[in-house]
Write a protein that binds this ligand. Structure first.
Ligand SMILES: [Zn+2]
Length: 253
């Protein structure tokens, strides 16, 4: 199993994405950008949160290679909570959070976990399967209050933040490793060529990642963002650029 990845911050800003990988696993984490001026109850940055989650997951994926991915994630969220429970109010509903996607080989199986909007694209014997947790795209409203009420709620969406139980609400699945030709993990900043600009379909995005590599995929995304800005296009959530992370997984056959 070979893993190739790149992560790039939005120009001029700290990178709130993170990526970690081992010999047979990879995790993409995408921190939710804080609303300016909002009291989150946390003295840390979103960068701090994603690095703690990614670090805790890396330790567990390395030391507990057989464990259920949901249990690994719940434990990583708990570890991260413990790292700032003394200084921060983790009951604050606006506490920092992140989406994440992970893929792991376990013997003859390839298993994955997707929580919130970082898509996983699988090439299964030539057929493209897209694993998306689209609960965050189906909220009745997107005001600060509406999103707060829906976060980590059974009728809303689930994210990795201050609530370990969210891990058990993630989308999970597994396939025989022999049936998967390649896989792509993307933060939503790296899937904009599909989801925001409509310049590629999912198959095309995976081909671009596989053929040109993650650095070129992100460069092309930046060019599309730049073109949209120059055209005066109004971008989703008011973000002209987004942090972008893409990881390609291939297999020696
Ligand atoms: Zn904190």
């Amino acid at each position: 199993m070979q893993i190739t990845y790149a992560t790039r911050a939005a120009p001029g800003l700290p990178n709130e994405d993170h990526v970690v990988a081992g010999p047979d696993w990879v995790v993409v984490v995408d921190g939710a950008t804080a609303v300016p001026g909002l009291d989150t109850g946390c003295v840390h940055s979103v960068v701090w949160l994603v690095r703690n989650l990614a670090g805790a997951l890396a330790v567990r994926l390395t030391t507990e290679p057989e464990a259920d991915l949901r249990e690994l994630l719940a434990a990583a969220i708990k570890t991260t909570c413990e790292a700032h429970a003394g200084s921060c109010d983790l009951t604050n509903p606006d506490s920092p959070s992140a989406t994440l996607t992970m893929l792991r080989r376990r013997g003859d199986e390839l298993d994955w976990l997707v929580l919130a909007d970082s898509p996983l694209v699988l090439d299964v014997n030539g057929r493209i399967e897209v694993i998306i947790d689209d609960r965050v795209a189906r909220l009745p409203g997107y005001t600060v209050e509406a999103v707060r009420a829906a976060r980590n709620d059974p009728d809303g969406f689930w994210v990795a933040g201050a609530c370990p139980e969210a891990a058990y609400e993630a989308i999970t699945g597994a396939l025989p490793v022999t049936s998967v030709r390649r896989a792509g993990l993307f933060s939503d900043g790296a899937s904009r060529l599909v989801e925001l600009f409509g310049l590629l379909d999912w198959h095309g995005l995976l081909d671009e990642l596989d053929g040109a590599g993650p650095v070129e995929l992100i460069r092309r995304t930046r060019a599309a963002e730049q073109a949209a800005i120059e055209a005066g296009r109004d971008l989703r959530r008011g973000k002209p650029y987004d942090d972008a992370t893409a990881a390609l997984v291939t297999f020696e056959r």
